[in-house]
Design a protein around this ligand. Structure first.
Ligand SMILES: [Zn+2]
Length: 375
């Protein structure tokens, strides 16, 4: 499969198993920190310089591992998250197991498999005594699954110093990697009306739920599949009793945005919502969470390079644009970014999360070849 000696699927899978069997739900700070210690230890043993950034605001630590070569020159940033969406205890009902070419486990696909591949490719270098033209930095964050609130600054600062960014999110259907992602915005819409007895004084009331119902329809109608815009009102709550005209209603809105100009247009529109009923007030908070990740020329040529390397290894690499966000959204405008370089499989965030063992060797080889050839 590859001319780099020693890449071995069984060895990679053993390493992934160890990481999968350490549960690390984003909210389980202790679990995440033990997971971070495994990554820290692995990289230290592989000869990297490791820095640990203490967690805050209820999230776990972040780890930065740096190659001993290359100094402070702009290099390759490998970006991974070690938190998962699976609550502590999932392993009991969803243990690591192998059936034929498939390995199952919580977070195995998103993204402990890919995070481990990045490490494994690095270790292939140090254990064969090789250095690469560019220094390599591998960042592991603890809070990606909730939008990277405590790691965004670190991601952006390392992204600005990088020449290239390789993100180890899982591959998409048929092993495709990601060269563009939609951006996302979140809003909380609060409507305040007038409470009243629904029988005796109905006409004195101003229903916040009625107003919100109209706002929800208007928001949902902003969805435009052709332009790549989706608006989802995902949570609604309001009212205090069935016999009270409701004075308050709150809705939470998730918006996906294909390009920066469309993002700006939609965000301006939603932030300026006005009430249909002049007697109620409406308040909108929130805005852009992850900016759109566009396939800029530097990303297109980095992809072409990766595709040639894959052909040399023996597989065809394709790319796509996805609606899902990742930390790659934060770096794409700062340095050419390839995403979805992790393992192939399916079922991210589900009970059947799985990777294809046959994808491990070629994708580890691709990561290694990228390390070796980028300059
Ligand atoms: Zn992920």
């Amino acid at each position: 499969m590859t001319d780099a000696p020693g890449i071995d699927a069984a060895e990679i899978l053993d390493g992934i198993r160890l990481w999968v069997e350490q549960e690390s739900h984003t909210a389980d700070v202790d679990g995440v920190n033990v997971m971070m210690s495994l990554a820290e230890e692995a990289y230290s043993l592989a000869g990297a310089k490791v820095e640990r950034i203490r967690g805050r605001d209820g999230y776990g630590d972040h780890i930065v591992a740096r190659s001993p070569w290359g100094g402070d020159a702009p290099g390759i940033l490998v970006l991974s998250h070690l938190d998962t969406v699976h609550p502590k205890g999932t392993l009991v009902t969803q243990p690591f197991k192998v059936e034929g070419d498939i390995a199952y486990g919580p977070g195995i696909y998103d993204m402990k498999g890919g995070a481990y591949l990045g490490f494994y490719a690095f270790r292939q270098l140090t254990r064969t005594g090789r250095e690469t033209p560019l220094p390599i930095t591998h960042l592991f964050v603890s809070d990606e699954e909730v939008g990277s609130p405590t790691s965004r600054h670190l991601i952006e600062s390392l992204g600005r110093q990088a020449k290239y960014v390789l993100v180890t999110e899982p591959a998409r259907e048929g092993g495709k990697i990601v060269t563009a992602r939609k951006g996302s915005a979140r809003f909380v819409v609060t409507v305040t009306g007038q409470p009243a007895h629904s029988g005796a004084r109905h006409s004195d009331g101003r229903s916040a739920i009625k107003e919100m119902a109209r706002q929800i329809l208007a928001l949902e109608e902003l969805t435009d599949y052709e332009r790549g815009v989706t608006v989802n009102v995902g949570l609604v709550s309001g009212g205090t009793g069935v016999n009270v005209v409701p004075a308050s209603c709150v809705a939470e809105v998730d918006v996906r945005l294909p390009t920066p100009p469309i993002a700006e247009e939609m965000i301006d529109h939603i932030q300026a919502l006005t009430p249909f009923d002049p007697d109620v007030t409406i308040e909108v908070s929130g805005g852009l969470n992850r900016p759109p990740y566009e396939k800029l020329p530097g990303i297109a040529s980095l992809f072409d390079h990766a595709r040639e390397l894959a052909a040399g290894i023996g597989f065809e690499l394709q790319d796509l644009k996805t609606g899902g966000g990742s930390d790659g959204n934060f770096t794409a405008a700062l340095a050419p970014t390839l995403d979805g370089l992790g393992v192939d499989g399916k079922g991210g965030h589900t009970h059947y999360e799985q990777l294809y063992i046959s994808s491990l060797e070629p994708r580890a080889a691709l990561m290694l070849r990228l390390f070796e050839t980028l300059e």
